[in-house]
Design a binder for this molecule. Structure first.
Ligand code: CU
Length: 127
C-alpha cells in the first residue's frame, strides 16, 4: 500500500520536474531568437535585455544588515530580472559590499538570481 503511495508521489515529482525543465529551456531559446534583424517581429524591449545585463540599475540603500549579509535597496526597474522599481531585500555576493553600502547612499548595482535568491553581484556608489 505505502509503496504505491510513494510511487505516485515520485511520478508526480517527475512530472513537475520535467515541467520546470521545459519552462526553463524556453528562456534561452527566446534569447536566441532575439537577433538584430528580428526586432520588427518583437517590438518589445526584450531585444535589449541581453545587452542590459551589463547595465547597472539605480538604487538607494535603505538598510544594511551585516549579520545576515543583506541589503535593503529601493531600486528602479531591474531590466535583467524583469522587475519594476520597489524596495526589497537582496543578498550580497561579497562582504565588502556591506561596507561600501551606507544607508541613504545612492548606488548603481546589478542583481542576479542565484539559486532562487536575488543577490547583488555588483555595487557602486553613485554620487
Ligand atoms: Cu525588486
Amino acid at each position: 500500500m505505502s509503496n504505491i503511495h510513494i510511487l505516485a508521489l515520485a511520478m508526480a515529482a517527475a512530472v513537475s520536474f520535467s515541467g520546470t525543465a521545459i519552462a526553463q529551456s524556453s528562456t534561452p531559446m527566446a534569447d536566441m531568437a532575439d537577433m538584430p534583424g528580428m526586432s520588427k517581429a518583437a517590438p518589445t524591449d526584450r531585444g535589449t535585455v541581453a545587452a542590459a545585463t551589463s547595465d547597472l540599475s539605480e538604487g538607494e540603500i535603505r538598510k544594511v544588515d551585516k549579520d545576515n549579509r543583506r541589503l535593503t535597496i529601493r531600486h528602479g526597474p531591474l531590466r535583467n530580472l524583469d522587475m519594476p522599481g520597489m524596495t526589497m531585500v537582496f543578498g550580497v555576493s561579497e562582504d565588502a559590499m556591506l561596507d561600501t553600502a551606507e544607508v541613504g547612499a545612492r548606488v548603481r548595482f546589478q542583481a542576479e538570481k542565484i539559486d532562487g535568491k536575488l543577490v547583488v553581484t555588483r555595487l557602486e556608489t553613485a554620487d
